[in-house]
Design a protein around this ligand. Structure first.
Ligand code: ZN
Ligand code: ZN
Length: 108
């Protein structure tokens, strides 16, 4: 059964830390700004078309010359790896810079 979202940029409650995540005004956020966990719901960012619904664990933070900081997620259900842009300058709820630095320091 697939739940259809009418607004792809709505708020949600984090599956990992339980904090309420506000909808971002700047981007299509799919992860928690506190712990960076996400759910495998998108095929393309924001489309919510993926039936997997697995928990996406943040495994690394990388820098992209064009897009800036990106968090790398791996799905604990199907193993898919995706990237999502991090916003440290978000107006409503910026991504945690401390968490990003922690993940970067773990990177191989
Ligand atoms: Zn969280
Ligand atoms: Zn998945």
């Amino acid at each position: 059964m697939t739940k259809r979202f009418t607004d792809a940029n709505e708020g949600f409650t984090c599956v990992h830390c339980g904090q309420t995540v506000a909808p971002s005004t700047r981007s299509c956020r799919n992860h928690c700004p506190h712990c960076f966990y996400s759910l495998h719901v998108d095929i393309h960012p924001g489309d919510r078309a993926n039936p997997c619904r697995g928990v996406m664990q943040p495994i690394a933070v990388v820098t992209n010359t064009k897009k800036g900081f990106q968090v790398v997620h791996q799905c604990l259900s199907c193993g898919a790896v995706t990237r999502n842009i991090l916003r440290f300058d978000d107006d409503t709820q910026p991504d945690s810079l401390d968490k990003a630095l922690e993940l970067m320091s773990k990177a191989p």
